[in-house]
Ligand binder design. Sequence first.
Ligand code: BGC
Length: 351
Amino acid sequence: MNMKSVLVVVSLLLSVAIGLVLGRGGVARDPGEKRPLIGLSLDTLKEERWQADADLFKKRCEELGADVLVQAANGDDTRQINDVQALISRNVDVIVIVPHDGAAMAKGVQAAHEAGIPVIAYDRLIKNCDLDIYLSFDNVKVGRLQAQWILDHLPTPGKGRIVLANGSKTDNNAFLFHQGAMEVFQPAIDRGEVKIVWEDWTEDWKLENAKKIVNAAISKLGPNGFDAVLAAADGVAAGAIQALHEEGLAGKVLVTGQDAELVACQKIVAGTQSMTIYKPLKKLATKAADVAVKMAGGNPIIATQSVNNGLIDVPAILGDIFAVDKTNLRETVIADGFQSEKAVYGSAPQN
Ligand code: BGC
């Protein structure tokens, strides 16, 4: 078999694989077909947040008359690059990527561009490449609001011992969340009011790794050694809360989060998680679908912001986010239809 036939066979196999994921049966695209075809490559579908993003994105694309091929890489960089290659071989018009590793995915962007396909980075930036556009939220503000919430709710005002359970180092967002948090903490640290007593990064954003961070903080500092855990996201908070539970500390230590996942909202009601950040995913997914379909039609996109990715200033569209705790769950997450009153509070609505 020569190189060309090897490539054809590999590309056919990849096409069938995608078809199976999406129930399209690997049917080849009719060259005269007018419907735009959008590829969506996700780091993972194992977290509630990304399942919601994928569903909302797909729904909006379909409303706009486009089809979507969805791939999820389960946190595996090689697999995600293969997913992107597979989408290229399916001749998609645009590829939307949530990278597991924002540096490693530069290769995927390059491959797509070589095939003449534009790339949208969704929620997480792709670094050091000629990315077409980036859609996300104000991620520095996420960290700022988490840290400010802690400062405003310390058991002894003006005296805080904080554990930082940061996100995954493969994700550019994790550094932005951390940057925002430190912008708020630093002046209080300088005044001697706040101390970061323990800090670590949650590999791959996994709950079990977050739990280990807080386990380690408890063994090193003792059960009364800290007042708050700044957990970068709800999955991290879940791991932190498990560790606190084991020591009878759940509900006694402040724990932040992000994403307004259902379980996190329920924990806020129960008092074991203190707050979360609500990011209106519907707005992000809808905007990304609108942009993708426009790009597929060769239409120009207007972006008023930009974010430097190490190589270029990438045109960007960044949405706003909101701090949520038990005092405003109803006016935010529930009023927006993101979670239902019944699911959050149980069958008997509470006041
Ligand atoms: C996202 C968060 C999410 C985290 C873990 C981040 O890039 O912005 O919303 O919780 O990844 O998946």
